[in-house]
Design a protein around this ligand. Structure first.
Ligand SMILES: Nc1ncnc2c1ncn2[C@@H]1O[C@H](COP(=O)(O)OP(=O)(O)O)[C@@H](O)[C@H]1O
Ligand SMILES: [Mg+2]
Ligand SMILES: [Zn+2]
Length: 239
């Protein structure tokens, strides 16, 4: 749980000295034509903490050690990095645009996605979390079979401002599971919420594997970006 505390240390916060338990709106005084007014600055940390607490069984906090400073860029990755730079520089995540990273295992899809989310968490007024799809599906299944109706995890996760869906299409989905994913993607599409997706499958294969309904929403939500790189996990053992 080390990352949670460290992560919070550098997340963009409000100016309140007690941001650790601020209430989302922080008063500040401004002077205008000899009069003093009180204004309220929204603090995203309040919502961040609330969501983290409420959805802790379903979402993953972005590990801060997966960032741009330790992401090695060789010539294979230059095009990808240009696209990512453009995405961040033009603040396309604010308009609900997303990216579908696909490519072989170990090519850096998850690392790069975490780096994007870390950037957004630490430098902007928005924030995001990740779900690891194979695990998420298992968790929502367990949740519904436990009869807990307090939380609708699919709908609540769908509302997270920036969301990473890691490893989509790693397995075949049942009809019920597909329906959950369709609902999640549909909500994000209708509300223009930025969604980053990683998958080992190119779009045609994704369609084959998870069906037309998920596929068409993925296409509506994100721009496909191929990551062509050798398996970095093997490189790490190259000694
Ligand atoms: N370009 C890179 N620079 C530094 N580390 C990398 C790079 N690509 C991958 N890695 C590391 O290799 C491992 C596998 O990468 P990961 O992003 O999980 O791959 P994928 O999601 O494509 O299967 C991780 O530990 C990741 O941090
Ligand atoms: Mg991955
Ligand atoms: Zn605050």
């Amino acid at each position: 749980m080390k990352y949670i505390e460290e992560g919070e240390e550098i997340l963009k916060r409000c100016n309140s000295k007690k941001c650790n338990d601020c209430y989302g709106l922080v008063p500040s005084l401004v002077k205008h034509e000899d009069k003093i007014y009180i204004t309220y600055e929204p603090c995203k940390m309040y919502y961040y903490r609330k969501i983290r607490e409420r959805l802790k069984d379903f979402v993953i906090e972005i590990p801060i050690d997966k960032n741009f400073s330790n992401f090695v860029i060789d010539e294979n990755l230059e095009g990808v990095i240009n696209t990512v730079n453009l995405y961040l520089r033009k603040e396309l995540y604010k308009k609900g645009y997303g990216i579908y990273f696909y490519g072989n295992t170990g090519s850096g899809k998850t690392h790069l996605s975490f780096a994007i989310l870390n950037y957004i968490n630490h430098n902007t007024d928005l924030f995001g979390f990740a779900v690891y799809i194979p695990e998420f599906i298992q968790k929502i299944r367990d949740h519904y079979s436990s009869g807990d109706i307090d939380i609708n995890p699919v709908l609540e996760v769908a509302k997270i401002p920036v969301l990473l869906l890691d490893d989509l299409g790693a397995e075949r989905y049942t009809e019920w599971t597909s329906e959950q994913i369709v609902q999640l993607l549909d909500f994000r599409y209708r509300n223009k919420l930025a969604t980053i997706i990683t998958s080992n499958l190119k779009l045609n294969d994704l369609k084959e594997k998870v069906g037309e309904r998920i596929y068409s929403r993925v296409v509506g939500l994100s721009k496909p970006v191929l990551i062509l790189n050798e398996d970095f996990r093997m490189k790490e053992q190259d000694w």
